[in-house]
Unconditional design. Structure first.
Length: 115
């Protein structure tokens, strides 16, 4: 259970980028293949991708909260930027979730083969 307490610092960045890539590729390929009936699938893909991004952000958040400053006498070889990477992961998950929400909203607004 130490992962739950300390978090995975890179999860928000890795899962977020993967989910946005998946959502974009599936959305583009489904709309061009069957533009009349792809609306529900595009929305479902956006919801699944949004869930993956939020899980990544929630995995990075504990690592950001438990970060600590390096000791004054710590050698540079032992320094680990986990706190910074966790912060980037949480903020990137927020950005990626906004991207996925906007892509899903486009599926609601633009009708039929206009996409």
């Amino acid at each position: 259970m130490s992962i739950v307490r300390t978090g995975i610092s890179w999860a928000g960045l890795a899962l977020g980028a993967s989910a946005v890539a998946f959502n974009t590729e599936v959305g583009y390929s489904l709309v061009s293949a069957n533009c009349a009936e792809a609306r529900a699938i595009v929305l479902a893909t956006a919801m699944v991708s949004l869930g993956v991004v939020l899980i990544g952000g929630l995995l990075s958040a504990p690592a950001w909260l438990v970060r600590s400053a390096p000791d004054i006498d710590e050698p540079p070889e032992r320094a680990a930027p986990r706190g910074m990477i966790a912060g980037i992961g949480v903020l990137a998950a927020l950005l990626f979730s906004l991207i996925i929400v906007l892509q899903g909203a486009a599926a609601l607004i633009i009708q039929g083969c206009q996409r």
